[in-house]
Design a binder for this molecule. Sequence first.
Ligand SMILES: Nc1ncnc2c1ncn2[C@@H]1O[C@H](COP(=O)(O)OP(=O)(O)O)[C@@H](O)[C@H]1O
Ligand SMILES: [Mg+2]
Length: 334
Amino acid sequence: MSRTISFVNQKGGVGKSTSVVNVGAFLAAHGKSVLIVDLDPQANSTSGMGVDPYQIEWNLYHVLTNGLLPEEAIRKTGVNGLDLLPSSTSLAGAGIELVTQPNREFRLREALSRVSTNYDYILIDSPPSLGLLTINGLVASDFIVIPVQCEYYALEGIGHLLKTIELIRDNLGHNVSVLGAVLTMYDKRNRLNRDVVKEMNRNFPGRVFNSVIPRCVSLAEAPSFGKTILQYDLYSKGGKAYRQLAEEILGLENVGGPEIPIAAEAVAEESILNTEDINSLESEDGVVATEASNNFVDVEIVTTLAVAEEVPDFQNQNLENSNEVSLEENIKQI
Ligand SMILES: Nc1ncnc2c1ncn2[C@@H]1O[C@H](COP(=O)(O)OP(=O)(O)O)[C@@H](O)[C@H]1O
Ligand SMILES: [Mg+2]
């Protein structure tokens, strides 16, 4: 059964594209058939996989607006088993052109339904907004993963995202489940980063992946070579972390599914860190970790996820079965 997962957070620079590309690479290395859909006009995951968005004839824009068959635009990448439905800057226009079109929220879903049987996983890299493109991604998805940068404003906007999911459920009749949040760009020397990890786990119990992605130079460098971390620096800290994250996601294969409801409910709570906390925070090297802002207390909702009882806590899932295919064997072939 194919599973479609949107990596979504309306903030830019939190690690969505990096996560999509590298989770996709490790799922493929585990023998899964994977399609990455680049839904962001910035085309970061397209170029990050070595495809020049300016050199390709067909891309997702043509699929969404001109009725091009997705198989015409999908291409292979340098990683076996990992395909790409590329983006280009013209995709920005699709967000506007679609507004007046019938079925405007369902365009991507309809297109992907033509190819979904070819894939075990379809990973969607969302743009940094909650506009029509992102909504097309959510409507096409069974699950979302929320990359969250380990920083002061980490939770800002998540309430809005979860509200959007509720609106999609209520108005468009499509249920998207939250698979989990993944913490990115973690620096263990920074006390603020450590506190954000603790607070995320407190606010989203059972919904934060165990794998925390460290800040890692190789992860930042790899896209400039058009490579995934698997090809560029497999044994770096970042490579190990994304491998672990992909294995956690694989471990969920037999858990839940689109038919099992996970209610995403915005619940009013106090913000995770108040201004006083942040003023007192200094990283260990003495540099103030981040700018404190009184505005932060204006963030009125921090959310917790109400998880339906029948959905097991995936942090306790046994991951043993996920390694049926030898990763090392597959990597050798890449
Ligand atoms: N774990 C990490 N360590 C170091 N740099 C990272 C890491 N994750 C992402 N980056 C870099 O941070 C920037 C933003 O990441 P990106 O994945 O493009 O975020 P988004 O897609 O959410 O906008 C990029 O330059 C990327 O290379
Ligand atoms: Mg991106």
